[in-house]
Design a protein around this ligand. Structure first.
Ligand code: COA
Length: 261
């Protein structure tokens, strides 16, 4: 399926959203952010989709940031409205998406692009990818969660360095810092990410959802609250058919077939 700014496809239990503005290095303008939110909304409600991959068209860019063209002449009131419109907040939509979401970072991953990748659950990078938060070079600061998610992933000192300098780093440096989980040769990126997505898609959707809820809570709440939530979800998961199936399959020495109920 296609619209102007993104392409979507479904293979097996895995959906892919591809940002499709190659002439602008897949920069995020408002229609693109809204299209991402719309696609995530659809995939959240589609029980056949268990995992989503987010990537960019072409080999050059994942997402080269917010569309800088939109900043010129925009009033503070308009900017506030855009950033607080839930229908256009792709960052929160990815963060709150109720299923696993993986960023396949195929090239420039800058500014809002890096922030969107960070809002995904897992980041796998091509060896050609470059990462950075260059907002400082425009007299700006990150507005898609970068000041909050980056230090949680790579530590405060490393985050200060990237945000203060606006410098780009290589995929290997991003791996060393913990910004990505794996770096693979560019030609193998989608094969690797699809294999990872398929492996995750074979697990219990119920348990995946609870894991996501608990992990997201780990960076948003005091530890005691997070531990309480984990124990509650551990009790709740005992109500699922998937837990029954998983335990039975293990004891019967067969592969579990999880239905998401
Ligand atoms: N917003 C709008 N347009 C962008 C863009 C962005 N974030 N990033 C790239 N583009 C556009 C360029 O303006 C250019 O368009 P044009 O052909 O109509 O002039 C096209 O994409 C190709 O980019 P170009 O700069 O020619 O490619 P390059 O290989 O020389 O440089 C980058 C690549 C990523 C280093 C450079 O495009 C860049 O610095 N982009 C901005 C990154 C940024 O600051 N992002 C954070 C925004 S808050």
């Amino acid at each position: 399926m296609a619209d102007d700014t993104i392409l979507t496809s479904i293979e097996g239990r895995v959906a892919t959203i591809t940002i499709n503005r190659p002439d602008k290095l897949n920069a995020l303008n408002e229609p693109t952010r809204s299209a991402i939110v719309g696609a995530l909304d659809r995939f959240a409600g589609d029980a056949d989709v268990r995992v989503v991959i987010l990537t960019g068209t072409g080999e050059k860019a994942f997402i080269a940031g917010a569309d800088i063209g939109e900043f010129e002449g925009r009033t503070p009131v308009a900017q506030y409205r855009v950033m607080n419109d839930p229908h256009a907040n792709a960052f929160e939509a990815a963060d709150q998406f109720p299923k696993p979401i993986i960023a396949a970072v195929n090239g420039f991953c800058l500014g809002g692009g890096c922030e969107l990748a960070m809002a995904c659950d897992i980041r796998i990078a091509s060896d050609k990818a470059k990462f950075g938060q260059p907002e400082i070079n425009l007299g700006l600061l990150p507005g898609g969660g970068g000041t909050q998610r980056l230090p949680r992933l790579i530590g405060l000192g490393n985050a200060f360095k990237l945000l203060y300098t606006g410098d780009m780093i290589t995929a290997d440096e991003a791996l060393r810092l913990g910004l990505v989980s794996e770096v693979v040769p560019a030609a193998d990126l989608m094969t690797r990410v699809k294999a990872l997505a398929a492996a995750i898609a074979s697990k219990s959707p119920v348990a995946l959802r609870y894991i996501k809820d608990a992990l997201r809570a780990s960076v948003r709440s005091p530890m005691e609250e997070g531990l309480r939530l984990e124990r509650t979800l551990f009790g709740l998961v005992f109500a699922s058919e998937d837990k029954k199936e998983g335990v039975e399959a293990f004891l019967q020495k067969r592969k579990a077939d999880f239905k998401g109920a």
